[in-house]
Design a protein around this ligand. Structure first.
Ligand code: SF4
Length: 221
């Protein structure tokens, strides 16, 4: 495990004490005493311990931002909570920001302050967890939330597949599958042509709630 955690230090030609940095990162990731883990191989660790080693490898460079791509997707339910609690504790103790990529809206609801929903490589809606998950404005976000077990009303089942990312369609990227366009609601709001022909701007990085949808923008006026 030592080499796995030290790799980032070596790539960045870390000038300090490598062993001390590795043991500190392992301890921060909850592997204590860290010396016990230095010479272990991956097959000697549990799934949760392996995930902690990966987190230690990220922490060892003392980052300001931690990017975690599906950090608990492969873990047992019993270990998921431990790893999420660790991420939240590190965020508070080290003053980190954490960008968590997930398909699990329940996870986003439980750990995030802000949410950004992506479709075909673009953020289509962003804002606080409360704004986006309690009152979604983009038809794609609405469809995602409608299929959760506790969601009120009928689930919105999207038809078709996401388009080929190398052949982005004109207009709104979601228009071929959008229920608001398919049911005529966009037509009644006077935006159907824009849906099919006018690309939407890339959302800015500001903190306020934003949505990339011609119909939602008209509806919120
Ligand atoms: S812009 Fe039009 S097609 Fe795209 S999500 Fe909004 S209503 Fe649907």
């Amino acid at each position: 495990m030592y080499d796995a955690v030290a790799e980032g230090l070596r790539i960045h030609a870390y000038p300090g004490d490598e062993r001390e940095a590795v043991t500190t990162a392992l301890a921060r990731a909850g592997l204590r005493p860290p010396e016990r883990f230095l010479l272990r191989y991956p097959h000697e660790l549990s799934g949760g311990q392996r995930q902690r080693v990966v987190i230690a490898g990220a922490l060892v460079l003392e980052p300001e931002l931690l990017v975690a791509d599906e950090p608990v997707a492969s873990l047992d339910a019993s270990v998921r909570g431990e790893i999420l609690a660790l991420l939240l504790r590190l965020r508070a103790e080290l003053g980190l920001s954490a960008l968590v990529v997930t398909h699990d809206l329940g996870l986003a609801w439980n750990i995030a302050d802000r949410v950004a929903v992506m479709y075909l490589g673009r953020i289509v809606e962003t804002g606080s967890v409360e704004d986006v998950l309690r009152a979604p404005r983009h038809p794609y976000t609405q469809a995602l939330l409608s299929v959760l077990p506790e969601a009120p009303g009928d689930p919105v089942v999207l038809t078709g597949e996401p388009p080929d990312p190398s052949r982005i369609p004109p207009g709104c990227r979601f228009h071929a599958r959008c229920p608001v366009l398919a049911t005529g609601e966009a037509e009644r709001a006077g935006v159907a042509t824009a849906c099919r022909t006018e690309d939407l701007p890339v959302l800015s990085g500001t903190a306020e709630a934003q949505v990339a949808c011609h119909w939602a923008q008209v509806a919120s006026r």
